[in-house]
Design a protein around this ligand. Structure first.
Ligand code: HEM
Length: 407
């Protein structure tokens, strides 16, 4: 069978949906990175994929992704008891009362930045949002950071996300950024343990520095740094969704009034539609732990199994008119664990589903309302979102000018 790695790199988000369309049955059998791979999609596939008796992670993630996006030794790469104990730390830090504090830190950073956008100059919303989020999440996480250090940190966190699915210069930028930031945060963790730096009680810094793994040991400082980055990097990545939200408000301005008017349930529905509609993670992957059968088709032990996130979020059986941006589809809709999967599916505590989903929704909801409360011009620019580029984003980063508060 032909190895499809090159097609994957060239076709981006369309690659797996295309392989599934070409397949005779419910499984797209293909080869990537020299390995057999099986592509699946749909709520039943989510149940199947997130069953630990079927799929493991530690042998599945390519080095390219570990060296850029997640880090070596990250929670993403663990299975079984090791995963559960490490995941519990994330779930406790990232859910509950802490979310309001994070939103508070971040909206304050937005308000300060937005005040500086007035006066006719142009700003690139993606870059601004990344800096705002990096500042908000670092303060919240208890990581000491001067204002002057924020732009460099934001650029490094963005680079780590931007470079995970490519082999060119973006990849090398991501590796360099990761190396720099793991060293910085590893040093900080050591200082906290030695008592030279105080980590605020209940902060992510304190939780990671003092966390004990399933073997009862503290994390190696480098792994602790990896996991701190696994809090501040994806939070900063909400900038992608802020840029997509601006794009949506530009294309479908009829949604601005409801957001501006503070309709909370509409704002929440808008964030879900942004997460469903716009491309971010194309798929998630694991490895078959034994010979498996999926809807009558054989998946040999050791195959890669890929769950088609982009495909499922645009499946017309789940989302009528999937290529229409319509936040109202989420108003009054109960979201199940297996249908909307931009951040993975299944159970958060027991499986690999993203523990930052509540944070993502809370931050985005607060920021899109603030964005809608601004008046601004959108100068001519290339705001194309290429589905060949992973991760996708409006090419221009979404430039706005003549910014004024409308409230
Ligand atoms: C896992 C997407 C925001 C922390 C994941 C996964 C996806 C994802 C697709 C993999 C699920 C799987 O392997 O099955 C996103 C997107 C985000 C986002 C699109 C929005 C920008 C966040 C935030 C945090 C976070 C804000 C933390 C503050 C994590 C962690 C994992 C994870 C720690 C690993 C979970 C595990 O392996 O058990 N995310 N995420 N993410 N995410 Fe997010």
């Amino acid at each position: 069978m032909l190895d499809h790695t090159l097609f994957l790199l060239l076709e981006g988000y369309a690659w797996l949906p295309e392989r599934r369309r070409e397949a005779d049955g419910p499984v797209a059998h293909t080869r990537v990175m020299g390995q057999r791979a099986a592509g699946l999609c749909g709520p039943d596939a989510v149940r199947f994929f997130y069953d630990e008796n079927h799929i493991e992670r530690h042998t599945a993630l390519p080095g390219l992704v570990k060296s850029t996006l997640f880090g070596h030794g990250a929670v993403h790469t663990l299975d079984g008891a090791d995963h559960r104990v490490r995941k519990a730390m994330f779930v406790s830090v990232l859910n509950g009362d802490g979310i309001d504090d994070l939103v508070e830190h971040t909206t304050r950073a937005w308000d300060e930045a937005a005040a500086s956008w007035a006066g006719g100059r142009s700003v690139t919303l993606f870059d601004e949002a990344a800096r705002i989020l990096a500042r908000g999440v670092s303060r919240w996480a208890g990581i000491p950071l001067d204002d002057a250090e924020v732009p460099g940190l934001a650029a490094d966190l963005v680079a780590m996300v931007d470079g995970f699915a490519t082999v060119g210069p973006r990849h090398w930028r991501a590796r360099a950024a990761r190396g720099r930031r793991e060293e910085w945060l590893g040093r900080l963790v050591r200082q906290v343990r030695e008592g030279a730096v105080t980590a605020p009680e209940g902060s992510a810094l304190a939780a990671v520095a003092h966390h004990r793994d399933a073997d009862g040991e503290l994390l190696d400082p480098r792994v602790a740094a990896v996991e701190l980055l696994n809090v501040i990097r994806p939070t900063t990545a909400v900038a992608w969704f802020v840029a997509f939200s601006a794009h949506a408000l530009h294309r479908w301005p009829q949604h601005r009034a409801a957001l501006r008017g503070g309709d909370v349930s509409f704002a929440e529905a808008f964030t879900h539609e942004v997460r469903r509609f716009y491309p971010f993670a194309p798929f998630v992957g694991g490895r078959a732990v034994k010979d498996l059968t999926w809807k009558g088709e054989h998946i040999p032990a050791g195959s890669l199994v890929l769950l088609d996130i982009y495909g499922q979020n645009h499946d017309p059986q789940l989302w009528p008119d999937p290529y229409t941006f319509d936040p109202r589809r989420f108003v009054g809709r109960e979201i199940g664990p297996y249908d909307l999967i931009p951040q993975g599916g299944g159970d958060t505590a027991g499986g690999h589903r993203c523990p930052g989903e509540a944070i993502t929704v809370a931050l985005l909801r607060a920021l899109v309302v603030r964005l809608a409360q601004l008046d601004y011009d959108v100068p001519a620019q290339d705001m194309d979102i290429s589905l060949r580029r992973v991760p996708a984003r409006p090419a221009s980063g979404f430039v706005i000018s003549s910014v004024m508060s409308a409230v």
